[in-house]
Design a binder for this molecule. Structure first.
Ligand SMILES: [Zn+2]
Length: 323
């Protein structure tokens, strides 16, 4: 796994440890209430790349998403207090590390996409179910295969999250960016390798039928707290523009005070270029222009004169943006 192009090996070589060794080194479970019905379980100090798992709690059962690579009595007790565990699953194979330990502790079933099942190293005796496309794990909790980072890369859609507006748990399938106002998509995060246009369109298309307003990635932060459905579609359209070499010169001619104008321009360009992205959110009636977190249209010229200083983005800035 670590020799794969999507991961990396330190120059000094790979090192191995055990759960007992991590505990002896002072690592402990870090359990946090994330939002009603959602509990995060990581490690303090962090283990590996600092990812944390998410426990979705529903009246019909619980599912553990992207299981932490660290497990101890405190973490197990937290899950038990929350009602135990029916299923354990992950966005992609980089988070399969301790999936077997979590499943065995609770007698939970492991759900793994058929396309990535070859990466799973679960011991005999564990229950493993493969799936493809989409799988309703529990009422209002659905696994959605998106592809991209891995062929089986998935998100978990939780319709009851964000006060009923819907949540995606995305792991490495959809990266929330540090500003919490965009998302991105990668083949290899550490090696800075992008996805193809077809793959990005595939991820955006896979989640388009689902209503959601918030995205939790693989870490405590960043979190895309609202407007997530529109942000995924807008970010995918922008990504594809850049893959095509379009839009690099766009920001140069736009004043920073017209940030909203720039984004609107992106939107209209994307749609005007015959993009397949459609700005109609499921379950919502929309008329006129698409709704997103773009501020109001640019002010009239008199107001613009008092606007913030101009900081035009350079093409080089865009070309070197990670991810
Ligand atoms: Zn990954």
């Amino acid at each position: 796994m670590c020799a794969d192009e999507r991961q990396w090996l330190p120059p000094g070589g790979q090192q191995w440890t055990t759960l007992a060794g991590l505990a002896a080194a002072g690592h402990r479970s870090d359990v946090r209430a994330v939002e009603p019905g959602l509990t995060g379980i990581g490690a303090d100090p962090p283990v590996a790349i600092g990812q944390r798992s998410l426990l979705v709690r529903t009246p019909a059962g619980n599912v553990l998403w992207d299981p932490s690579g660290f497990i101890d009595d405190a973490g197990v007790a937290a899950v038990r207090e929350a009602g135990g565990l029916s299923f354990v699953t992950a966005s992609h194979p980089h988070f399969y590390g301790a999936i077997g330990e979590w499943a065995r502790e609770f007698g939970a079933e492991i759900l793994v996409p058929a396309d990535d099942a070859g990466w799973l190293r679960a011991e005999a005796g564990l229950r493993v179910r493969t799936w493809s496309g989409a799988l309703e794990v529990l009422p209002s909790v659905t696994l959605v295969q998106c592809g991209g980072h891995f062929p089986g890369s998935a998100v978990l859609h939780w319709a009851g999250g964000a006060d009923g507006r819907g949540v995606l748990l995305s792991g490495d399938t959809i990266f929330v960016t540090p500003g919490e106002d965009r998302v991105s998509f990668v083949w290899s995060a550490p090696n800075r390798l992008p996805l193809s246009e077809a793959a990005v369109a595939g991820v955006a298309g896979a989640v388009r039928p689902y209503a959601f307003d918030r995205i939790y990635g693989g870490w405590w932060t960043p979190v895309l707290r609202d407007g997530a459905w529109e942000t995924v579609q807008r970010s995918a359209a922008r990504y594809i523009e850049l893959l095509r070499g379009h839009g690099l010169a766009l920001p140069v001619s736009r004043p920073a005070s017209g940030h909203s104008r720039l984004l609107r321009s992106d939107l209209s360009r994307s749609r005007g270029a015959g993009s397949s992205y459609r700005w109609r959110r499921p379950g919502a009636v929309r008329t006129g222009r698409p709704s997103c977190r773009v501020p109001a249209p640019p002010p009239p010229a008199r107001t613009q004169a008092r606007a913030a200083p101009v900081h035009p983005a350079r093409p080089a800035d865009l070309a070197t943006t990670p991810g």
